[in-house]
Ligand binder design. Structure first.
Ligand code: FEO
Ligand code: CA
Ligand code: CA
Ligand code: CA
Length: 683
């Protein structure tokens, strides 16, 4: 009902209490429905999901671990884009990972030392990764996905891809699959996303390194600990002797020419040609990229945008688009002590390109050439974007720690390049988002531990070291995380300097108000480990008046008190608080002083909107253009499985959402949240 009025100036719902219930809890006056669950079929011919571990054919079913997500509007019929449609659209959804035991009747087999994984089990696990594109429509009884739509698509770690940008054709991309280094197989560990103004979807490869096996003598086979490839592998967390998640490389395929399993073992074969086309040494370089997908064309080949660098890509969010100005794209590299990056296109924005129907060509135009920068945060409250350009500064063949050969080498080894230019190590950079009104960028820093953020290793932008007594894993450091924001100099996406502050510090309301709960959180809004982060669309009625920001948590420190949650916020602006000096305390009681810049305490402009079911994280969010339907992903409910598997489970969600006595394997799922009076969600 478009006549319902909204109050765009304030949050208008009652805070949801923290809880440990096995359902999604939302405020009074709101409803939750489940739209798209692990295993749901996406072709007319695919049978319903039995959900007992016997199902196969995940290339035609929803994958697992729903994550980043974008709604793309569709015209009333066909596949034409309609950015204002709030009744028919496509949902692009990432499937980051799997909860392996639920995918098989009694859990996985063939996992013992020296054993081989059965081919059918491995295929199921591989195909449950990647992403979905599904058609959804709102009818008389609400939203549903269209099982038989020709627009439905699964993209998996087996889907053919092409490489674009400076790394295309690099010697480091040459594989048996693509001897000229221009093509790749699939995408994996797709975490957060980006919504491009020209109607394409970015899916971001995060924890790819863990899937690859390396033999116990692989360092020597690569020339020893000082060999360039060994330094590079170590920098991304690939260790000699790593077994590789789920053991896919141990499969002996029925078709001996099928290299789709062996490629997960990247050990160097000393007898193979050094160019990488005889073994699988370069397969690992195919991952760690931002991948662009045209959701409106199910036959299109996704493009890996190498100009944006290789890292544990969390997400990739565009700056405000301003005619004639080069757009920026903000990216977190999620690991402890990693960096915040931005890519600035070489091409100034032309607003008419938003409507160009050759969407991947628009990606070629804006995402294949530009400058990758990494952030340095200074104690003054200012910061600098440091360019990662081959030949500049220490990014040369004579760099002592790691000689750089060319720009492709800089981008493949973006972490090493960022080390060389002196970027600031952050408390796990997760999602980025941009305030559509001010253009200010927000970044979640989910948490850190004492070994990476010790008492005397804090800095102004990562200022806390403390102990949260609720953290059962007892990781001192910054166990609750914080949300940082920055304003580019001159409010320009092209700027090379910025001002920053910390919008909000995560903390339990019971923690020390001077040094830990610095933002004054209370029972209505205390949280830990912020991760997902997104501003409401500017097309909804409050969108550009007082933009609404959503914060999603992925928490290990507060989960004895509450399941993970989502909060709504109406944040202020960079610099609305002020300088703040805190006292950090180490395990032995010694103290250390740290100055930082804290935003104005959020008070009633930050409020808990949702609490998820057991053992889930809340990640992935979008809305219809009118703001009246919110899409949210519930990832890995019941991830601890429970001790009575396969008889009973540690969560029974989503079956538990409507039946408190349900006994059912839990499933990651996309949910829909609507307001019972038809109004804008949150306002
Ligand atoms: Fe996929 Fe860093 O979360
Ligand atoms: Ca996750
Ligand atoms: Ca995340
Ligand atoms: Ca996380």
């Amino acid at each position: 009902d478009s006549t319902v009025t909204v109050a765009p100036g304030k949050l208008d719902f009652t805070a949801v209490p923290k809880n440990l219930n096995d359902i999604v809890t939302v405020p009074a006056g709101y409803s939750v429905t489940v739209l798209y669950r692990l295993g749901d079929p996406i072709t007319a011919a695919t049978p319903a999901y039995a959900n007992n571990g016997t199902d196969g054919n995940f290339a035609q079913r929803a994958g697992d671990h729903h994550d980043g997500m974008t709604y793309f509007g569709l015209a009333a019929t066909g596949n034409a884009r309609d950015d204002l449609s709030s009744t028919r659209g496509l949902l692009a959804i990432n499937h980051e990972n799997i909860t392996q035991r639920y995918l098989h009747p009694n859990g996985p087999t063939g996992t013992g030392t020296g054993q081989s994984r059965p081919e059918a089990e491995a295929i199921k696990e591989i195909e449950a990764h990647g992403m979905s594109v599904i058609e959804i429509a709102r009818g008389a009884t609400g939203w549903s996905y269209v099982q038989g739509s020709a627009l439905n698509r699964r993209i998996t770690p087996l889907t053919p891809m092409v490489f674009n940008g400076p790394v295309r054709g690099s010697t480091q991309l040459r594989t048996r699959f693509s001897p000229d280094g221009t093509q790749g197989r699939g995408t994996i560990n797709n975490c957060a996303n980006g919504t491009m103004p020209w109607g394409s979807y970015l899916t971001c490869e995060e924890n790819w390194v863990g899937y690859f096996r390396r033999g116990g003598t692989d360092n020597a086979a690569r020339g020893g600990a000082t060999a360039k490839s060994v330094i590079s592998l170590n920098r991304y967390g690939s260790s000699q002797g790593a077994s590789g998640n789920y053991g896919w490389s141990t499969v002996s395929p029925a078709d001996p020419t099928n290299s789709g399993f062996a490629r997960w073992n990247v050990s160097v074969d000393p007898l193979a040609p050094a160019d990488g086309t005889g073994d699988f040494r370069n397969e690992i370089n195919q991952y760690g990229w931002v991948v662009e997908v045209d959701p409106y064309d199910p036959t299109s080949t996704p493009r890996k945008r190498t100009a944006l660098g290789r890292m544990n890509h969390e997400g990739c969010w565009p700056s405000k688009m301003v005619e004639g100005r080069k757009p920026a794209f903000y990216m977190g590299d999620d690991a402890r002590g990693e960096y915040l990056y931005k890519f600035v296109s070489n091409t100034p924005w032309v607003a008419a390109d938003a409507n160009n129907t050759n969407r991947l060509a628009m990606g070629d135009k804006y995402l294949d050439a530009g400058t990758l920068y990494v952030a340095r945060f200074d104690a003054t409250g200012q910061g600098v974007w440091l360019p990662l350009v081959f030949g500049q500064g220490s990014l040369t063949p004579s760099n002592a720690a790691y000689p750089f050969a060319d720009q492709a080498d800089v981008l493949i080894n973006a972490r090493l390049a960022a080390d060389a230019v002196g970027a600031t190590k952050m408390d796990r950079p997760e999602w980025t988002t941009v305030n559509p009104k001010t253009g200010e960028m927000y970044l979640t820093l989910t948490n850190n531990n004492a070994s990476v953020r010790p008492l005397n290793g804090t800095d102004a932008a990562n200022p806390r070291h403390y102990n949260d007594p609720k953290d059962t894993t007892a990781q001192r450091g910054n166990p609750n995380g914080h949300i940082l924001r920055l304003r580019e100099t001159g409010d320009s996406s092209e700027a090379t300097t910025f001002q920053w502050d910390i919008y909000t510090f995560g903390a339990g309301a019971d923690l020390d108000a001077t040094n830990i709960n610095i933002s004054g959180l209370d029972a209505s809004n205390d949280f830990s480990s912020p991760d997902g982060l997104w501003f409401s669309r500017p097309t909804n009625p409050g969108g550009l008046v007082n933009p609404l920001m959503w914060i999603q948590t992925d928490d290990g420190a507060y989960t004895d008190v509450t399941n993970c949650m989502m909060l709504a916020a109406m944040p202020g602006v960079v610099g609305d608080g002020g300088v703040k000096t805190i006292t950090n305390t180490g395990a032995d009681g010694s103290t250390s002083s740290q100055q930082t810049f804290a935003g104005k305490a959020p008070g009633s402009n930050l409020r808990r909107f949702l609490v998820g079911p057991k053992e889930c994280e809340i990640t992935g969010i979008d809305s219809t253009p009118d703001g009246r339907t919110l899409f949210v992903n519930i990832q890995h409910p019941g991830e601890d499985v429970g001790t009575n598997f396969p008889t009973s489970f540690s969560s029974n969600w989503p079956a538990s959402q409507t039946s408190s006595s349900a006994v059912s394997r839990p499933r990651s799922a996309t949910i829909i949240i609507t307001k019972d009076d038809g109004g804008v969600v949150g306002l």
